[in-house]
Write a protein that binds this ligand. Structure first.
Ligand SMILES: [Mg+2]
Length: 370
């Protein structure tokens, strides 16, 4: 049997628009160009978070999902505006149309981000790097916006690569460079490794991919659960997940396991505040609103309960989500309990939603971060 390198390796491109909402606003409103611009919740409102900050605002440390109040402290001269999702969706439709000139294997992760499998492209171009260049150019010419592209043989590496030369970047990590690249990658840069996991890794002396590689698959699984096995593969450059054009999100959330059991309601509420922030960030990222809020509680004896509440209208705001979760927790009985895990998720998204992914880059658990 004859095989060539071309037939062995897949060609995966990850495209990610640069500072998407903010860039669209700067394009459409010349007065915002060159200015520190924050799209998201206004700092005057309670619970408002940053959806996207322009690069001018990022210089001051403003980041997505940060409370808008905090963003204003860091960057007092920033202009705060509410998002215009209709405009972003229009751009999103256009970039997907551009992608579809090259392949039908498109897996959108959010309005501004997608994986493309161009192993066989419609135009017979062959080079994934050339295709990425053409797509970036088309986005510039037709939309006056910039995107960054990562090109590799799997989704995980392509996704990390797209982030390397942002904005307007293009990074190719070829098969022979993948393992070396993964070895020097700091653990917190592994897509999907949350802060809790990254901190745990560091406490164990695991700072880079090379350190993770020293652990056996069993050790990885014992310490980091299901995702541990995933990272065991990933650090060796192995990620066989296909680019999936049609996926449906059934629920989206976040949960946290605590280093010690929570016994005080103040502690529990503080944790729900944090988890709620992550959930809102993810909802924004995937453009989702859900009608059902679910609270998950695991006790020190590993008993687990879920409690949920549904709403007549879809919700995605921090205040509603966190308040509901706190009430559900209160009603579940918090006298004399020891809690080791709390989680909040949203579901019941309805048909209006565009289809974002159930999982993105961390295998089974992805949208749920540890
Ligand atoms: Mg982006």
């Amino acid at each position: 049997m004859e095989t060539t390198a071309e037939t062995i390796y897949r060609k995966i491109i990850h495209i990610d628009m640069d500072a998407f909402y903010a860039s669209v606003e700067q394009r459409d409103n010349p007065e915002y160009r060159g200015k520190a611009l924050v799209v998201g919740g206004l700092p005057e409102g309670r619970g408002g978070v940053v959806a996207t900050a322009s690069y001018e605002a990022r210089k001051f440390g403003v980041r997505s999902a940060m409370p808008s109040k905090r963003a204003q402290q860091l960057c007092p001269h920033a202009i705060f505006i509410r998002p215009r999702f209709e405009a972003y969706k229009e751009v999103s439709r256009h970039i997907r149309e551009i992608f579809s000139r090259y392949t039908d294997l498109i897996e959108p992760l959010s309005l501004d981000e997608a994986y493309l499998d161009v192993t066989t492209d419609k135009l017979g171009i062959g080079s994934a790097i050339d295709i990425a260049k053409e797509i970036k150019q088309a986005i510039k010419d037709e939309l006056q916006l910039t995107a960054s592209a990562g090109v590799s043989i799997n989704k995980f590496v392509a996704k990390i690569a797209s982030d390397i030369n942002k904005p307007d970047g293009l990074k190719f990590i070829g098969p022979s460079n993948i393992e070396a690249f993964m070895e020097t990658l700091p653990v917190e840069k592994f897509y999907g490794v949350g802060k809790v996991t990254a901190d745990k890794m560091k406490r164990m002396g695991l700072h880079f991919g090379a350190d993770l590689k020293k652990l056996t698959e069993e050790e990885m699984a014992r310490n980091f659960g299901k995702t541990g096995r995933f990272y065991y593969q990933i650090v060796r450059g192995i990620d066989d997940r296909p680019v999936q054009p049609h996926r449906e999100t059934k629920s989206l959330g976040a949960e946290d396991t605590f280093p010690y059991d929570l016994t005080e309601v103040e502690e529990m509420n503080a944790e729900l505040d944090k988890i709620g922030e992550t959930v809102v960030k993810r909802l924004r990222r995937y453009e989702l609103q859900g009608r059902t809020i679910t609270l998950k509680v695991k006790y020190s004896d590993f008993r687990q309960i879920t409690r949920n509440q549904s709403f007549s209208k879809p919700v995605d705001d921090y205040e509603t989500i966190v308040t509901t979760a706190k009430n559900l927790l209160l009603n579940s009985g918090i006298e004399n309990v020891r809690i080791r895990l709390l989680g909040i998720s949203l579901s019941n998204f309805g048909e209006l939603q565009e289809r974002p992914p159930k999982q993105d880059n961390t295998g089974q658990l992805s949208i749920f971060d540890e």
